[in-house]
Design a protein around this ligand. Structure first.
Ligand code: ABU
Length: 900
């Protein structure tokens, strides 16, 4: 059954070849002597349904058939599956499907056409030759192609070649689109010729051709298969098809014996071809089945030889012409004779394997400007590739099997890195210079009274922070690091920054902490003293206002201060520093109180106190760092960004990669470190603010420390969230932001602490360092406003002292007169007391009053001088005015008697 049309239209060349074979066999006297070999044929159009119909027609009509001959795989499949029912051997000259090698399914099939899978080793050999590690297969859904594609995929995966497979039925547009999306570059097409034209047209339409692509097609198509026949209406012109088909490769089995040895027919392969060409109506290249024609010729010869063999093998009384479909013995004999066939045909040696397949060489060709050019051959048995080196490419060489993806590590720009390094180096030099300065002028009071050890810790911390920037900027452009040390580098730079921060900020924090604690203790003592001495004497409404003045801010302060000090100094500090009473109190305290405060605040402070604070923070850092390293170490993590085309290199995409330090529980560790540092920053801010008015002799730079803390806290509190949440993935921005913050903090802190000292040392001679005449310890280092306030307070207290003396003198005079009156009016006293509003004398000689209007006078009389002074100061009323007013107010009252 010929296929004159359809999937594989091999009939145009194969039918003349078969006719030629029949003629040649029938002309031979020693083959089938006395018999005439005849062929009845039908056109199956390579359609299995039609083929079956024709087969039934042939089998159910006389004469009885001894063997079946079939063409394309789809027809061979149905015929060979059915023929055993009639005990008939099927001989296929056009079936290439690997599935046909299944002896269980096709027990009586033999074929002169090699299996399509024998192309696969050749294809793989070419993939390896051109270093293609990724290929794509596009096949139509026929079994012949699907099974070939599966075999190719299996073979490729065994050789480490990645395969993507697409199949289509009918329109291949979507499949081609998918291939393009998958970045397919090396594409093996497995389909019949008609589908091949559709695929090529789509490839042209979708741009899947040219320099970046290599197509592999099946080699048994006609030479001009890509030219679309007008009736197909592909939508592509012949020019477009030719353009798309340029430089594709084909592989096909060797189907014509090229040597000069004459076979059983007495012809060489070439002689056969020239005889066949004479019989063709069209040019061989345009005639379907021309490559397979030798197989069809040899298939008829194999059939004839098998029948010949059978005739010879049959008993003399059994004739082949008596064969009927249920004659198993004769059928078996025919089968055996076909199986043992071995002859030299025009296609080469014809013999069948156990699976009924032929093993032949493969020819590789390339389409060059519309013509197929032989590239070489591949011998599957010896695995030998003979390559002629005639291949051509549209580009400089074979295309790559996929877009080259170049990984580009996103690093810090080398310019940014160098600038930061230079500034860090400057910072390091500065820390060393300031350390030398600190030691060199340690004998000057401005240095010795500023806790120089603490300032050295600031310098050490700043130096560590600057050093950490050298590591934080790595890897930078042109400075790469082995990935193996990346995790360690992550820990080293973070630890260095953490410890640097602890030393630098810890030293500032330690100062404000101690200033605050000393100030708070002093305030507590004062508060307690005045609570005992004065508060009971205050007007009730003022006393209440002092005790009950609570705003949200006060509550927060109390809470934080309570946290800061176990002595609950917060409430005292609040009362002292913010109430109207306390403000007045703090500015108008008595000389003795001021003196005791000054003494208290001007005690030398042991450096160990500062070290203790810094050491506590350092311990916390070390615990966190050790736990982090041991429990959940930082590792190198690649963060991949979307690819983009490389403008400098063709067919290359750049995949930006950012190297990150990553722990499994990164958020937890960041939360712990940032949370802990954040609390310290906020706490430092609070303490700086609270102790802004306090000044200790032995922390003479506490206000500058406060300023440094404001600066560090604000910068760090802004930078922390920004770098961890917003720009973590932007190498340059991240590094710049951190560097600017670290450098600003270090430079400003060192500047605030050391610049005033440097200026002082250069402007004030060492001899002028000590206290100025006229001022005691507590005032010698006071600010101008404090000094003037102190002097005013001293003068006011002196005036108050004078008035107290005057008042005491008048009281003594009053007492004397009262004694005189009491002695002169003895017996009348009790009634007089009743008349004067309840004024009486106690047994101890003290006066008691029942009228509220004279309570003040009673207090004036009974309170010791400092208390009166304090009370008056606290009420913010001039003392003399108060006394005069009371005197005027009560001049007409019963109390007049007392004063008079
Ligand atoms: N060489 C033609 C193969 C056709 C087919 O296997 O169907």
């Amino acid at each position: 059954m010929e296929a004159l049309a359809g999937g594989w239209a091999g009939g145009p060349a194969c039918q003349p070849a078969v006719e030629m074979a029949l003629a040649d066999i029938n002309s031979q006297r020693h083959i089938l002597p006395g018999y005439w070999l005849n062929m009845t044929w039908r056109d199956s159009k390579c359609q299995p349904g039609l083929a079956i119909k024709h087969m039934y027609d042939l089998l159910y009509n006389k004469p009885v058939k001894v063997m079946l001959l079939s063409g394309c795989s789809t027809v061979t499949t149905v015929v060979a599956e059915t023929s055993p029912v009639w005990n008939l051997v099927t001989l296929s000259y056009g079936g290439s499907s690997p599935a046909l090698s299944n002896r269980e399914r096709f027990p009586k099939l033999f074929r002169t056409h090699p299996s399509a899978i024998i192309q696969n080793p050749t294809r793989i050999r070419l993939f390896e030759k051109f270093n293609w590690k990724k290929v794509s297969i596009l096949s139509s859904v026929e079994e012949v192609f699907v099974s070939t594609a599966k075999d190719l995929e299996k073979e490729c995966s065994q050789r480490g070649i990645r395969v993507q497979r697409q199949s289509f039925y009918g329109d291949p547009a979507d499949a081609v689109k998918t291939l393009k999306r998958q970045d397919a570059r090396i594409i093996v097409g497995l389909f019949y010729e008609t589908d091949a034209r559709r695929v090529l047209c789509q490839a042209h339409k979708q741009g899947v051709f040219g320099r970046r692509y290599t197509w592999f097609f099946i080699g048994w198509y006609s030479d001009t298969w890509y030219i679309p026949p007008p009736e197909e209406h592909l939508g592509c012109t012949a020019k477009e098809m030719k353009e798309a088909a340029q430089y594709h490769f084909t592989t096909e089995s060797q189907m014509l014996a090229l040597d000069s040895t004459r076979g059983v027919s007495g012809m060489t392969g070439k002689e056969f071809r020239s005889r066949l060409v004479d019989r063709l109506e069209r040019k061989p290249g345009d005639t379907g089945g021309f490559p397979e024609a030798p197989l069809a010729y040899d298939a008829v010869w194999a059939l004839a030889l098998a029948v010949n063999c059978t005739i010879a093998a049959l008993p003399s009384d059994v004739k082949i012409e008596n064969f009927y479909y249920d004659n198993h013995a004769m059928a078996n004999q025919i089968f055996e004779c076909v199986r043992n066939t071995s002859f030299l045909g025009v296609s080469g040696r014809v013999m069948f394997s156990d699976q009924g397949d032929r093993i032949v060489q493969t020819i590789i060709e390339q389409m060059q400007d519309g013509n197929y050019t032989k590239m070489g051959t591949y011998d599957m048995n010896s695995r030998n590739l003979t390559w002629l080196g005639r291949e051509k490419w549209l580009g400089k060489g074979p295309p790559t099997d996929s877009t080259i993806v170049r990984k580009e590590i996103l690093t810090v720009s080398i310019k940014v890195y160098y600038v930061v390094c230079a500034l860090s180096l400057l910072g390091l030099i500065l820390t060393v210079a300031l350390f030398i300065f600190n030691r060199r002028y340690g004998y000057r009071s401005i240095i010795s009274q500023s806790q120089p050890q603490c300032n050295n810790a600031l310098l050490l911390g700043s130096a560590l922070c600057c050093l950490s920037l050298f590591l934080l900027g790595l890897p930078a452009d042109g400075i790469t690091l082995p990935t193996s040390i990346f995790g360690s580098l992550c820990h080293i730079r973070i630890s260095m920054l953490m410890i640097g921060f602890t030393f630098a900020y810890g030293s500032l924090f330690a100062k404000v902490w101690i200033v605050h604690r000393l100030g708070a203790t002093e305030s507590q003592q004062l508060a307690n003293r005045h609570k005992d001495e004065c508060w009971f004497a205050l007007p009730p409404q003022l006393s209440m206002s002092l005790q009950d003045e609570e705003t949200p801010w006060h509550s927060i302060r109390t809470l934080i201060t309570g946290l800061a000090s176990r002595q609950m100094v917060g409430s005292a500090l609040r009362k002292v520093s913010s109430s109207p009473f306390a403000t007045a109190f703090s500015t108008k305290r008595s000389p003795s109180t001021a003196s005791s405060i000054a003494d208290f605040l001007n005690q030398p402070i042991a450096a160990a106190k500062f070290y203790l604070v810094i050491a506590t923070f350092l311990l916390a850092d070390l615990v966190i760092i050790c736990l982090w390293v041991v429990v959940d170490p930082l590792k190198r993590k690649e963060l991949k960004y979307p690819r983009h085309e490389d403008t400098n290199q063709e067919d290359t995409m750049i995949e930006p990669i950012l190297e990150l330090c990553q722990s499994s529980n990164q958020e937890l560790w960041i939360g712990v470190v940032l949370g802990y540092k954040c609390i310290l920053l906020v706490f430092g801010l609070f303490l700086s603010y609270e102790s802004r008015k306090l000044k200790l002799r032995y922390i003479n730079d506490s206000r500058l420390v406060g300023l440094a803390i404001y600066n560090v806290a604000i910068l760090a509190l802004v930078t922390g969230p920004v770098v961890t949440l917003l720009i973590r993935t932007q190498a340059d921005a991240n590094f710049t932001f951190i560097s600017v913050t670290v450098l600003l903090c270090a430079y400003i802190s060192m500047g605030l602490i050391f610049v005033p000292k440097i200026r002082h040392i250069h402007t004030v001679p060492p001899t002028a360092d000590e206290s100025q005449p006229g001022l005691k310890n507590g005032t010698q280092r006071m600010s101008t406003s404090d000094k003037s306030r102190y002097e005013l307070m001293t003068k006011e207290n002196e005036a108050v002292q004078q008035k107290i003396c005057l008042t005491e003198e008048r009281i003594r005079q009053c007492r004397r007169r009262l004694d005189l009156l009491t002695n002169g009016m003895e017996g009348v006293s009790s009634s007089s007391a009743t008349r004067t509003g309840g004024v009486s004398l106690s047994e101890e000689g003290q006066t008691t009053f029942s009228s509220p209007t004279i309570t003040t006078h009673a207090l004036v009389e009974l309170q010791p001088p400092p208390t009166i002074s304090t009370q008056l100061s606290a009420s913010s009323q001039p003392f003399t005015g108060s006394i005069d007013a009371d005197e005027a107010e009560h001049s007409d009252s019963s109390s007049d008697e007392i004063f008079l």
